[in-house]
Write a new protein. Structure first.
Length: 267
C-alpha cells in the first residue's frame, strides 16, 4: 500500500511530462495556470521592486546632496577670492595714494610701514608700526599718511616703532597757514576730541574756517608744506589779544593702515 502511494504520483508525473513534451494538450492549462498565478508573482516581486526604487532614489538624492555641497563650496571659495581681490584693490589704492603723497617731499626718502596696534585715550594717542631701527628708523622721524601728517617717532626697537599722533596732548608741530603764511604751533587736545589747538594768534590775523595749516619747517623737524589740519572753529574770547584756533587733522586716523616714514636723504 505504501509503495502504491509512492509510485502513483511518480507515474502520473512521468505521464504529464511525456504528454507536455510530445503533444500540446497541456498548453491551455499552463496558460490558465500562469494567468491565475500572475498576481501572486506581482505581490511576491513587489518588495524587491520597492527596495530597488528606494535605492535608486537614495542614490539620486545622495548625488544631489553631494553636488549641492560641491557647488556651495565653490561659491564660498569664489566669495573668498572676491574678498581677497577687493582687499588687494583697496591696498593698491592706498599704496598709490601714499606714493603720490611722497612726491610732495622730494628732499626726503620714505619707508613704507604697516600699523600693528593703536592706543588712544584722552591723555595719550599712539600707534605702533612694523618697522624699527633695523630698517633705518630714528627718533623724531616724521610719519605721514596719504592725506597728511600722522605723527612723530618717539620710541624705536629693532623691529617696531612707537609713533605719537599729532592729536596727542604732548605733541607740538610748527605750522603755517597755506593761504597766507601765518605761523603758529599746534598742540593736541587733552580730551576725547581728535583735534589740535593753535594758540596765541593775534586777533587781527586773517584766519578763516576751512583754512589748511601745513608744516612750516621751523626747526627742521618736519618737511615744509605737508598738510596738518583744517580750521574747524575759532575762539576769540579765551585771551584778550589772541584767538584760539581749533584744527581737525587732515589725515583720518580711523581708516589708517599704511604709513610712510619720512627721512632725510643723507640719512
Amino acid at each position: 500500500m505504501r509503495l502504491l502511494k509512492l509510485f502513483v504520483p511518480i507515474f502520473l508525473s512521468i505521464i504529464l511530462i511525456v504528454l507536455d513534451a510530445r503533444f500540446s494538450y497541456l498548453d491551455s492549462f499552463k496558460r490558465f495556470t500562469l494567468t491565475l498565478l500572475s498576481p501572486i508573482y506581482l505581490v511576491v516581486d513587489l518588495p524587491s521592486q520597492v527596495i530597488d526604487w528606494v535605492n535608486d532614489k537614495g542614490s539620486e538624492n545622495e548625488l544631489l546632496v553631494s553636488e549641492n555641497d560641491y557647488l556651495e563650496g565653490q561659491l564660498i571659495e569664489l566669495k573668498a577670492k572676491l574678498q581677497t581681490y577687493n582687499n588687494l584693490t583697496l591696498e593698491n589704492q592706498k599704496l598709490s595714494n601714499l606714493l603720490e603723497s611722497s612726491y610732495l617731499i622730494p628732499d626726503h626718502d620714505v619707508i613704507l610701514a604697516r600699523i600693528k596696534s593703536i592706543s588712544q585715550s584722552r591723555l595719550s594717542r599712539k600707534i605702533v608700526i612694523n618697522k624699527g631701527f633695523n630698517d633705518g628708523v630714528k627718533l623724531s622721524d616724521l610719519i605721514i599718511g596719504s592725506d597728511g601728517v600722522v605723527g612723530q617717532v618717539t620710541e624705536v626697537t629693532p623691529m617696531y616703532t612707537t609713533v605719537r599722533l599729532l592729536s596727542d596732548p604732548t605733541q607740538y608741530i610748527p605750522v603755517k597757514n597755506a593761504r597766507n603764511g601765518i605761523r603758529g604751533v599746534t598742540k593736541g587736545l587733552a580730551s576725547n576730541e581728535r583735534g589740535m589747538t593753535l594758540k596765541y594768534i593775534p586777533l587781527d590775523s586773517d584766519i578763516k574756517l576751512g583754512d589748511i595749516f601745513v608744516t612750516s619747517g621751523i626747526g627742521n623737524s618736519y618737511p615744509t608744506g605737508y598738510s596738518v589740519g583744517r580750521v574747524s572753529s575759532i575762539d576769540e574770547e579765551q585771551e584778550p589779544s589772541f584767538m584760539t584756533i581749533f584744527l581737525e587733522p587732515m589725515q583720518n586716523m580711523n581708516s589708517l593702515e599704511l604709513v610712510l616714514i619720512v627721512k632725510e636723504k643723507n640719512d
